[in-house]
Design a protein around this ligand. Structure first.
Ligand SMILES: *Cc1c(COP(=O)(O)O)cnc(C)c1O
Length: 413
């Protein structure tokens, strides 16, 4: 847990006066829920019945053999319902909101993954759901808008500023400060003002706790754990049982994008991140000369974010977690490697962890073991992997699909 909202010097609650009371209320409700066995039981039941927990821990025999190093194991979080770990947090917070008597959930989303998880959790639990999304992001991420709408959520376009994630965050905070009586703000990663970093870690810690039990059942002790780091929720949840120990090695894979240089990547922990306060918390952020948040780049939408959760920033600086920047091309290569050797298609985010896992497996050598968290599966990335790997035929498919769409519309007239 944080110490009054801080992890070392990072974290805190840097918000407008109007948000202090709802955050206070949330902190109390969260801490009382954590000691309520009926809440914890409900969380476990829905984890099992709806999310599909526990997710498997799979020995990757062929990948390990081909790498010639340590044994590689994969935690298959991508098998969770909706395809990624984000549902763990969405369900946890939605249940908590219900317990608090809230009837309406709001969320911010950038690429749409968190919006999809939130919309699904609200549909499952019978809560009204409004997702704030930048108008530009809505244009770029139509498939996720489609899923959110199908789950019955309202996707509300944000037309201010750059019409992207940070504008969606601001719009969600504005809504919350006006309506927190009946509304919970369901934040998507282990960041933002306290108590969100503690709360999101707690709801994602199920990944690490299961892994610990599954590794013991399979009679091995991991020598290294590897996860990708966007805001940091899958990583901190996966690492959480081991944070206060010296072993195993904990490795966070960040988006190295196209390489060094402003705007080319989203690697905050290899010296380029600057201390700053933004979006309600203090952490390391990629900023420009004026101290404004930088535009970042990653082939994976989920890692394309200028900040990092405060606990990860702290554990990175203390040396407990090591960070590696993995470039777009390395992630794509690891994705193909696991597809061919294990029949697993990693999400592009998780493929960064896969690449880092292959590095560390070679480094540690035979007789050791590495567990990589596959935070999500790659079906959602078909438009990116299709263009990157499918060649001309993928382009033909897309234009044919447009023609088929027009023909279907004609046929309906
Ligand atoms: C959103 C997302 C991430 C990044 O978010 P974290 O909070 O850093 O876990 C990673 N993997 C997948 C599959 C995602 O959808």
């Amino acid at each position: 847990m944080s110490h009054s909202g801080f992890f070392g010097e990072y974290g805190g609650r840097y918000v407008a006066e109007v948000l202090k009371q709802p955050l206070e209320e949330l902190e109390q409700a969260f801490s009382s829920a954590l000691s309520d066995t009926s809440f914890l039981q409900e969380l476990q039941d829905i984890g099992q019945d709806y999310i599909g927990r526990p997710t498997p821990l799979m020995p990757a025999h062929r990948a390990s053999k081909a790498t010639g190093g340590a044994d590689i194991w994969v935690k298959l979080e991508g098998l969770a319902n909706t395809g990624a770990h984000k549902i763990n947090n969405a369900i946890g917070q939605a249940l908590l909101a219900k317990r608090m008597g809230k009837t309406r959930i709001i969320a911010e989303t950038g690429a749409g993954q968190h919006g999809v998880a939130t919309a699904a959790a609200c549909a499952r639990l019978g809560l009204e759901c409004v997702v704030f999304m930048g108008a530009e992001d809505i244009r770029r991420q139509r498939p996720n808008v489609h899923w959110m709408t199908l789950y019955g959520a309202e996707v509300r376009p944000v037309e201010t500023g750059s019409q992207t994630l940070k504008d969606a965050v601001n719009a969600a905070l504005r809504d919350w400060s006006a309506r927190w009586g009946d509304t919970h703000y369901l934040l998507g990663s282990a960041l933002g003002p306290s108590p969100f970093p503690d709360m999101v870690r707690e709801f994602q810690s199920v990944i690490g706790k299961e892994t610990q039990i599954q590794a013991a059942q399979a009679q091995f002790q991991p020598d290294a754990l590897v996860a990708c780091v966007g805001g940091g929720s899958n990583a901190i949840g996966f690492f959480s049982p081991w944070i206060d120990q010296v072993h195993p090695l904990l490795i966070g894979a960040e988006a190295g994008g196209r390489g060094r240089g402003v705007g080319a990547h989203a690697a905050r922990m290899d010296g380029e991140g600057q201390k700053a306060v933004a979006q309600g918390y203090k952490s390391l952020f990629l900023t420009d000369e004026d101290g404004q948040l930088q535009a970042t780049h990653s082939i994976s939408a989920g890692l394309d974010y200028p900040g990092i959760g405060p606990q990860l920033a702290h554990l990175g600086q203390s040396g407990r977690i090591q960070f590696q920047a993995i470039r777009d091309d390395e992630a794509l290569e690891a994705l193909q490697f696991f597809a061919r050797h294990e029949g697993l298609i990693f999400a592009l985010e998780s493929a960064h962890a896969a690449a880092a896992a292959l590095h560390i497996a070679r480094e540690l050598g035979p007789g050791k073991s590495v567990v990589v968290n596959m935070s999500g599966r790659g079906d959602k990335d078909v438009f990116i992997t299709g263009s990157a790997l499918g060649g001309e035929t993928w382009g033909h498919f897309l234009s044919d699909e447009t023609r088929r769409f027009e023909a279907r519309k004609e046929g309906q007239k």
